[in-house]
Design a protein around this ligand. Structure first.
Ligand code: 5GP
Length: 198
């Protein structure tokens, strides 16, 4: 991937569209990319590791962090808090490009920080019915939670306009290549610009 200044890439999508797979693939291919590890009050799933997938914290701890204004952004999603700590981002961005797997509410809040070099990508499926099957197959949530996530789809996609790019995930490889090329172009632009203003 093209070098230069480090960038922040936000990837949002309704549940089950393939965002986690793409994020992990990007990180594997490009060592420069780190995934921003969010804080959450949700309980860990059986395959999740504290400090790797999320920092799992109590509601009390999360609300303290809100009061102390420690978050760049946070949101309540499916009755749990999720948020991105300022300290973690500020430290990681010095050394790495950063990938954010966050929802539209968090994206809106991060957009208010005008000094962040950020690109916002929204991933969508062309077939809503496939989505439910994928959520069931993924087997990470109870049926009630699957229903909640599926029902959130219509509300979620209303916010497509807050993003720089909309990518339709019909084929994972094509989708991955499109995202790669968007990021490369963005990095090149930032790098050219910073050379000019030096
Ligand atoms: P899950 O519970 O499936 O891991 O995540 C549920 C939703 O929370 C996903 O849409 C994910 O992108 C979003 N999410 C995860 N971390 C954060 C965060 O730090 N901030 C915000 N705003 N959303 C997040």
């Amino acid at each position: 991937m093209h070098g230069g200044e480090n960038v922040m890439v936000i990837l949002s999508s309704p549940s089950g569209v393939g965002k986690t797979t793409i994020t992990k693939k990007l990180q594997q291919k490009y060592q420069s990319f780190k995934i921003s590890v969010s804080h959450t009050t949700r309980s860990p799933r059986s395959n999740e590791v504290d400090g790797v997938d999320y920092n799992f914290v109590s509601i009390k701890k999360f609300e303290e962090l809100i009061k102390e204004k420690k978050f760049y952004e946070y949101a309540k999603i499916f009755e749990n808090y999720y948020g991105t700590l300022k300290k973690n981002v500020d430290e990681s961005i010095k050394k790495n490009d950063l990938l954010f797997d966050i929802d539209w509410q968090g994206t809106k809040q991060l957009s208010n920080f005008k000094n962040l070099r950020m690109i916002k990508i929204y991933l969508i499926t062309s077939n809503k019915n496939d989505l439910k099957n994928r959520l069931i197959k993924r087997n990470q949530n109870s049926l009630e939670e699957i229903e909640k996530r599926f029902n959130a789809f219509d509300e979620d996609i209303k916010h497509w306009n807050d993003y720089d790019y909309i990518i339709i995930n019909e084929n994972l490889d094509i989708c991955f290549k499109q995202i790669e090329s968007i990021i490369n172009n963005f990095k090149r632009k930032i790098s050219n610009f910073s050379q000019i203003i030096q």
